[in-house]
Design a protein around this ligand. Structure first.
Ligand SMILES: Nc1ncnc2c1ncn2[C@@H]1O[C@H](COP(=O)(O)OP(=O)(O)O)[C@@H](O)[C@H]1O
Ligand SMILES: [Mg+2]
Length: 325
């Protein structure tokens, strides 16, 4: 358990650096201490760009920074913003690498609130979310977990891959998902915290990975606003590729066509298809001077399968696309 805790704490760093490049969220830590448990949260009137008392300590790290690029595919940014203003939690669904985390980073930047990201895993306990007593110089001191910090500071707590989490960790979020927006810290003498303005819970998962056992409880789901993402349509994904990597139109077109062809291979036996993330990785390698073939083998075919036969099939496919356009 000790190991799991350590991992979870590491995984819950604020708005961590993005592998996707320089456009990642850049929010600093903000907690200035003090409880705001007495604050009423209803009616919620959270406004984009308005820095409230709860978030003033991070405004300097947010202000002026470029928002992480997010090109909307449908009305997801409007739904997200409306849910945030209403204090409603969000259930973000979609395949791996389709833009879930990026959407959250983009919206957090728009709202001007701190982001607490937790990568969920099966050893994660409620304490990893809520906090725990730690030994500090021969003394024990309570240290808030990321969920508690988000509640106190009016930030967004983003539980990434929530279906990986154990049920007892998920129980901790129940009272936050209903109208009370309260968090009870039993281990801290039963302290009851009301969420500060700006607080929002966002959970994401890949429906393709879902196992019946680990499914979210219906009662939790029904309290959430669902946003369903897929891979962006070709024209938008092409723009994303160019924006994120700087590759040429022709190279982007070839990658997009390859990606679409791989996504059509329903029964190929691949556990994943070529995601927007893998296409961007291939584009980044090409920007480093690698050929289309080398880059797509390294960033797409290799990660997608260990099976030699399948890999061979993918390589033939990508060879076909490297010569088009
Ligand atoms: N709509 C979008 N606008 C801009 N970039 C996107 C979009 N969708 C995906 N991306 C890019 O794809 C990468 C992977 O997306 P990410 O949000 O990490 O996926 P997920 O969290 O769904 O696994 C991002 O780093 C970003 O570069
Ligand atoms: Mg993600």
């Amino acid at each position: 358990m000790g190991l799991g805790r350590g991992n979870a704490l590491r995984g819950s760093r604020l708005a961590s650096a993005r592998p996707g490049g320089s456009r990642g969220a850049r929010l600093g830590t903000a907690y200035g201490g003090g409880t705001r448990s007495a604050r009423r949260w209803r009616p919620i009137e959270q406004k984009e760009g308005v820095v409230t008392e709860a978030i003033s300590s991070v405004s300097s790290t947010v202000g002026g920074a470029e928002a992480p690029l997010y090109l909307p595919v449908g009305d997801e940014t409007e739904v997200f913003a409306a849910a945030w203003r209403s204090g409603l939690p969000i259930l973000l669904k979609g395949p791996t690498g389709c833009g879930k985390t990026r959407l959250v980073e983009h919206m957090v930047h728009r709202f001007g609130v701190p982001l607490f990201t937790v990568s969920c895993h099966e050893d994660m306990t409620a304490s990893d979310l809520l906090g725990r007593y730690l030994l500090v110089g021969g003394d024990t001191r309570w240290v808030d977990g990321p969920l508690t910090r988000a509640v106190r500071e009016g930030g967004i707590c983003y539980l990434d891959e929530v279906v990986e989490a154990r049920q007892d960790a998920i129980v901790a979020i129940h009272s936050l998902t209903d109208h009370r927006r309260q968090l009870s810290l039993e281990r801290l003498g039963g302290t009851l915290l009301s969420a500060a303005p700006g607080f929002q819970l966002v959970v994401s998962y890949n429906p393709g990975y879902q196992s019946v056992l680990k499914d979210l409880k219906a009662s939790t789901r029904q309290r959430m606003v669902a946003i369903e993402l897929g891979f962006p349509p070709a024209e938008i994904e092409r723009k994303i590729l160019i924006e994120e990597s700087g590759i040429s139109d022709v190279e982007a077109d070839n990658l997009i066509r390859l990606g679409q062809a791989i996504r059509r291979l329903d029964d190929a036996g691949l556990c994943e298809v070529a995601s927007t993330r893998t296409l961007i990785a291939a584009a980044a390698l090409m920007q480093q001077g690698l050929s289309f073939r080398t880059a797509t083998i390294a960033a797409i075919a290799g990660p997608l399968t260990d099976d030699p036969g399948l890999r061979g099939g993918l390589v033939s496919l990508l060879d076909a696309y490297s010569t088009t356009g």
